[in-house]
Design a protein around this ligand. Structure first.
Ligand code: HEC
Ligand code: HEC
Ligand code: HEC
Ligand code: HEC
Length: 178
């Protein structure tokens, strides 16, 4: 009996160390990496759609006189601006891959989750595996909207109104049906 308990404790310990090890391994790779496989017209050119959207420019927007005047200081150094205008600004450098650049603003991984775990082709082709490896799953349109309004809300100093359906149509980037 005692023997069994020790084995159980050891097993739980190993499982725990293994899962924290995995968690540590997940890093933000940056939109450029995602774009390597998501740029062809035939696959839906998600990279181009994102680059042409204001999300790709959200950090650069903070590098303006207008932004500094809203922030009453350096907007690019203000966490109260960065939290909606950039990905990963508050993370340890260990969590950021070598191609990750904060200048890319609101990136693929802001909405899809840090990608080092799911970005391989084999994993990406399998929805369940991608989710298990850290990809965010959206159950329905309500869940998508809920994600948008974490930033598109009246905490934004320049907020007007957010019409989800209209705004989503402007940045939607589906994989074309075969
Ligand atoms: C090595 C190539 C590759 C890389 C790198 C890659 N993807 Fe993918 N991704 C794919 C393939 C292949 C699919 C399957 C759909 C398709 O055929 O276009 C896919 C599917 C997806 C889907 C839909 C998955 C689903 O099951 O709903 C999302 C979202 C996605 N990728 C986001 C990303 C993000 C974000 C990154 C960067 C962190 C990334 N991808 C990097 C190849 C890649
Ligand atoms: C809660 C999220 C959020 C916070 C916090 C936030 N922003 Fe924004 N910001 C947005 C969104 C969303 C937009 C896009 C405007 C829209 O579509 O409603 C935006 C747009 C802007 C724009 C361009 C729009 C324009 O009228 O010129 C500037 C400049 C800007 N923000 C500066 C700042 C500064 C400076 C801070 C910090 C003091 C800040 N933002 C904090 C979400 C936020
Ligand atoms: C991490 C915060 C964040 C999230 C999440 C987010 N956005 Fe944004 N969005 C921004 C910021 C910041 C801007 C303004 C960027 C700028 O002007 O530089 C913006 C701008 C936009 C614009 C351009 C607005 C304009 O005035 O032209 C659209 C469209 C948009 N977002 C749609 C969406 C949709 C749809 C979702 C959900 C799927 C979403 N956003 C999720 C932060 C966010
Ligand atoms: C503002 C948030 C946001 C950003 C930024 C963003 N996406 Fe998405 N993406 C979404 C949402 C939401 C969906 C739809 C999920 C759903 O309906 O299941 C989606 C869907 C996808 C799909 C699957 C489409 C399909 O038809 O199955 C791919 C692939 C994808 N995104 C890749 C990317 C890549 C690559 C980037 C960066 C170049 C990116 N996304 C940037 C929010 C975003």
């Amino acid at each position: 009996m005692k023997y069994l308990t020790s084995i159980l404790i050891l097993f739980t310990f190993l499982l725990f160390s293994f899962s924290t090890m995995l968690a540590k391994d997940i890093t933000f790779v940056g939109s450029k990496k995602c774009g390597m496989c998501h740029k062809k017209d035939s696959a839906g050119k998600q990279l181009k759609i994102w680059q042409d959207s204001k999300h790709a420019n959200a950090f650069k927007t903070l590098q303006s006189a207008k932004a500094d005047s809203i922030a009453k200081g350096k907007a690019v150094e203000d966490p109260n601006c960065l939290k909606c205008h950039a990905t990963g600004y508050d993370l340890d450098a260990k969590m950021l891959g070598k191609d990750f650049k904060i200048e890319q603003g609101v990136q693929c991984e802001t909405c899809h989750g840090a990608g080092s775990g799911y970005k391989s082709k084999k994993t990406m082709k399998d929805h369940a595996k991608s989710v298990a490896a850290g990809m965010v799953e959206y159950k329905d349109q309500k869940a998508v909207e809920a994600q948008c309004v974490t930033c598109h809300n009246d905490k934004s100093p320049t907020f007007k109104a957010f019409d989800f359906e209209k705004r989503w149509a402007e940045i939607a980037h589906p994989v074309p049906k075969k």
